[in-house]
Ligand binder design. Structure first.
Ligand code: IMP
Ligand code: MG
Length: 172
């Protein structure tokens, strides 16, 4: 996959949309504290940018999951590689994902977190590929709906590379 990278969503478009999402969430959670949970590593850029724009008190925690599947597609077999540092019981939690593809990963993480009895649990994602969905998921907020293409940048990798691109792109 060494080709020219075409910009799908520019740095400015991402920044504007993330600010808009943070504003909407700040209104929804007015008077509360929000506990952001970032799924490493892909969601790290989105989570940080979102956190910086939130207007309510924010705490953050991180988890890593791995999914064993063929090729670039995730499977339903997910394991927790790095758990959260803090309990989430009684907290207003927002689970922040970079991209929802089949939905396998998020659906597993959602159930896992739900069992820990947060006061509330919302799912948000920067990118959403609804055409690829294999499991039903109620996503509370999506940054951008994108076509069924493999994207890189702004946290998303191909073979661990390209995460640092400031935009979301597609390799030709
Ligand atoms: P799902 O379990 O199929 O929804 O896959 C979600 C995970 O697969 C994301 O958190 C990403 O890590 C990865 N992924 C899915 N689509 C892409 C893509 O287009 N580019 C890079 N990573 C992707
Ligand atoms: Mg991910």
């Amino acid at each position: 996959m060494d080709g020219k990278i075409n910009v799908l969503i520019s740095e400015k478009e991402i920044a504007d949309r993330v600010a808009e999402m943070a504003k909407e969430l700040s209104q929804e959670y007015a008077g509360k504290e929000v506990h952001l949970i970032c799924i490493l590593k892909g969601s790290v850029f989105f989570t940080c940018e979102l956190a910086k724009r939130m207007e309510v008190p924010v705490t953050m925690d991180f988890l890593t999951v791995s999914s064993y599947g063929a090729g670039t597609e995730s499977s339903g077999v997910i394991t927790l590689k790095k758990d959260l540092d803090e309990p989430i019981e009684g907290k207003d939690v927002i689970l922040v994902e970079d991209i929802i593809d089949t939905g396998n990963t998020l659906s597993w993480v959602y159930k896992n977190l739900k069992e820990r009895n947060p006061a509330s649990l919302k799912l948000i994602t920067l990118l959403n590929k609804p055409d690829r969905r294999k499991v039903k998921l109620d996503v509370d907020m999506t940054g951008f709906v994108i076509p069924d293409k493999f994207v890189i940048g702004y946290g998303l990798d191909y073979d661990q590379k390209y995460r640092n691109l400031p935009y979301v792109g597609v390799i030709e």
